[in-house]
Design a protein around this ligand. Structure first.
Ligand SMILES: NC(=O)c1ccc[n+]([C@@H]2O[C@H](COP(=O)([O-])OP(=O)(O)OC[C@H]3O[C@@H](n4cnc5c(N)ncnc54)[C@H](OP(=O)(O)O)[C@@H]3O)[C@@H](O)[C@H]2O)c1
Length: 285
């Protein structure tokens, strides 16, 4: 039973590869667009670039199960995922596990449109599937901790909204569980952390871990986007991030079903634990 993993050189992919190794699963192939970047994966690697369809079907030869980790180039992903699903069909892949977005079918978040298209593409292929509708990684916010410690405040635009944050490794463990246990065909999992937290809670966790007073400063969406832009983020990304916070304020990134902890057989990593790790790393720099 050969399992292939796209995005194997990415952060989630690397955690999935490590998780499969830990479970003793040996028949695993990493799919990567850069052989160089994949050198240290410690598993066989095949070149597969979503933008080069000619690389995809050969990369999937003999593969039974494909973990399709969604790509990272917003706006291109529906076409990219379509290319790999087409190649999977051609290569005779028997199962696709796809990392989607929380509540993909109803989510108002702009990113959801590409995931809706990809889920539809996978369904239309007739290949048995499992959708892992991942909520937000806690790590989406930990990158801002250094800036918050310097500025003396954690900024965002999510108001009092609460998000079901979980650590990236929790989502990776969910993928490992689905890849290594039976009974997931046709299932759609809405995945998020056990506890929903606000950005004020996040700031409080930074304060506790750093012994500094770091309040949460909630900003209007446009102002937050402007500040993110002033940090060097491209305008489209700064505006997108601020927009996601605004949707989070309305509950778009919350799910109380606890399907993630059920899948992984343990509680999800508390937000404060991921924050404390990131604060420690920041203070050691
Ligand atoms: N739930 C969340 O909070 C959240 C947050 C961020 C992203 N995501 C989504 O989840 C995915 C995995 O997260 P992550 O943290 O692992 O992201 P990541 O570290 O950016 O990894 C993305 C992976 O996609 C690969 N990729 C991008 N374009 C490709 C192409 N044209 N052909 C082949 N591979 C391509 C990248 O290859 P390289 O290694 O060569 O760059 C990388 O391995 C992301 O790509 C994104 O769709 C979810």
């Amino acid at each position: 039973m050969t399992i292939a993993i796209t995005g194997a050189t990415g952060q989630l992919g690397r955690l999935v590869v490590a998780g499969l190794k830990k479970k003793g699963v040996s028949d695993v192939i990493g799919l990567a667009r850069s052989a160089d970047k994949a050198k240290d994966l410690g598993i066989p690697v095949r070149i597969a670039d979503y933008d080069k369809p000619e690389t995809l079907a050969p990369a999937l030869a003999g593969v039974n199960t494909l973990l399709l980790i969604s790509g990272s180039e917003f706006g291109k992903r529906a076409a990219q995922h379509k290319a790999i699903v087409t190649a999977a069909k051609k290569a005779g892949v028997q199962k696709i596990v796809y990392t989607s977005i929380l509540h993909a079918d109803t989510s108002p978040i702009d990113l959801a449109a590409e995931h809706r298209a990809s889920e539809a593409e996978i369904k239309a292929s007739g290949i048995p599937y499992t959708f892992l509708r991942n909520g937000w990684y806690t790590e989406n916010y930990t990158g801002s901790i250094g800036g918050a410690l310097n500025a003396g405040a954690f900024i965002g635009s999510a108001g009092n909204g609460t998000l079901s944050l979980a650590a990236r490794r929790d989502y990776a463990d969910a993928a490992v569980a689905v890849l290594t246990t039976p009974g997931h065909d046709g299932k759609v999992y809405e995945l998020g952390g056990d506890a929903a937290v606000s950005l004020a809670d996040f700031a409080a966790a930074i304060s506790a871990a750093s012994n500094k007073r770091i309040p949460y400063n909630d900003l209007p969406q446009a102002e937050y986007a402007k500040i993110l832009g002033s940090f060097g983020l491209p305008t489209f990304l700064a505006e997108a991030i601020a927009g996601w916070d605004t949707q989070a304020a309305k509950g778009a990134l919350r799910d109380d079903g606890k399907q993630l902890s059920k899948l992984i057989g343990r509680p999800t990593t508390p937000m404060a634990e991921t924050v404390a790790e990131a604060v420690r790393a920041q203070l050691q720099q």
